[in-house]
Design a protein around this ligand. Structure first.
Ligand code: BMA
Length: 371
């Protein structure tokens, strides 16, 4: 009996430590009780960054130009796949309005569908990242209603209980995203672009201390109160203006797993290339010193009017950046889309972009050892 127990302990210990070695050492994750699948996700992101960068698309399989997913998962469609014959490696979703208990998110994607799409993406070896354009808890307006509200939901703020309930709905949803009896691991990227003035959690609408408190209390709710252990947390300011400090709103090393940045091209390739290079170099430097992963959490050029944008504007700036992934924003309509699609003038250039060895789509990702 003693012998059996001894072997059992050895097996248990070796299965716990097998993820780590000299090239990939145990990271200090925000959630020390995080699930095995979440640890594996972190390791896969680490390995991905060694190989190149995973290409992501927001709402990749939910809808695209001229279509909305119907017969899912029998017939998975994606604008990316229609062009290059492979799905993106990273699947972006947004859970805005889950906090209200609504059936569809702010872009009319139903949460029931989203759950299926997340599970399907995970099953295929994809990486999932989720943003949260949540409504303004004080006014009931949307994320862009920048009436100050953070002070009302932190500490003993008047909407503290309401916010805790909102976060419970988030946790409850993530707890239903399950595959083979395990929760699907997710990169959660709440309260993004806080250094911009457009969201109620942004610059000028709360202080950096309030923001940090909001982030930390959100982690405490998800992780400690609601016992959700399938998340990796990503911090993602918007492109920095001169003299802006990336760390101004940083919630702390114990509250952030991935350092990100959002940089868009507003139809000025030169200025975009500069902001991108500076921003990506900065997150690389800070994240490396902290032994954390880093990623290009949002980018794009709306309607992609610039010739050879993917291969000649974007690629040179990202190729040696070391980011784990690059996420392009959604393909809503022909006047609001950030990914190429079949028949669009950028199609050939996107194929060329795909042919670069560091640009990784789903089939190029390092091995998927989850479940
Ligand atoms: C924004 C736009 C909006 C959308 C929001 C959340 O950047 O695309 O139309 O509602 O993201 O996806």
């Amino acid at each position: 009996m003693k012998k059996v127990l001894f072997f059992l302990i050895i097996i248990l210990l070796s299965s716990c430590s097998s993820l780590y070695d000299s090239t990939y050492q145990k990271p200090n994750l925000v959630d020390t009780k995080t699930s095995k699948n979440t640890k594996i996700l972190h390791k896969r992101l680490f390995n991905t960054a060694k190989k190149g960068m995973a290409i992501g698309h927001q709402d990749a399989t939910s809808y695209g130009i001229g279509w909305k997913q119907e017969d899912f998962p029998n017939d998975i469609k994606s604008d990316v796949q229609d062009i290059v014959g492979d799905l993106p490696a990273v699947f972006g979703f947004d859970i805005g309005r889950i906090e209200l208990g609504q059936e569809v998110n702010l872009d009319s994607v139903s949460f029931a569908f989203m759950r299926k799409a997340m599970i399907e993406a995970h099953k295929k070896g994809g990486i999932i990242t989720v943003s949260w354009h949540l409504d303004n808890p004080t006014t009931g307006g949307d994320s862009w209603d920048n009436t100050p509200a953070v002070k009302d939901i932190i500490g003993n703020g008047i909407h503290k209980k309401k916010y805790a309930f909102w976060v419970k709905r988030v946790a409850d949803f993530f707890k239903t995203v399950e595959y083979n009896g395990n929760l699907v691991p997710i990169v959660f990227r709440p309260f993004h672009e806080m250094n911009g003035k457009w969201f109620w959690w942004g610059e000028g609408n709360c202080t950096s201390e309030e923001y940090i408190q909001l982030w930390r209390e959100t982690v405490h709710l998800l992780r400690d109160k609601y016992k959700l252990h399938s998340l990796i947390y990503a911090y993602s300011p918007n492109k920095l203006n001169p003299f802006e400090n990336y760390m101004k709103y940083y919630p702390g090393d114990d509250y952030v797993d991935i350092l990100g940045i959002d940089v868009y091209d507003f139809k000025n390739s030169e200025s975009f290339a500069n902001s991108m290079k500076n921003g990506l170099a900065l997150i690389k430097q800070i994240a490396t010193a902290k032994n954390k992963l880093f990623a290009f959490t949002e980018t794009g050029l709306e309607t992609i009017p610039t010739e050879n944008w993917y291969s000649e504007v974007l690629y040179p700036a990202i190729k040696d950046s070391g980011v784990a992934w690059v996420l392009f924003w959604r393909n809503h309509i022909t006047t609001h889309h950030y990914m190429s699609f079949k028949g669009h003038s950028s199609e050939e250039d996107f194929k060329r972009f795909k042919s670069f060895s560091k640009i990784l789509f789903l089939k190029d990702l390092p091995n998927n050892t989850q479940d």
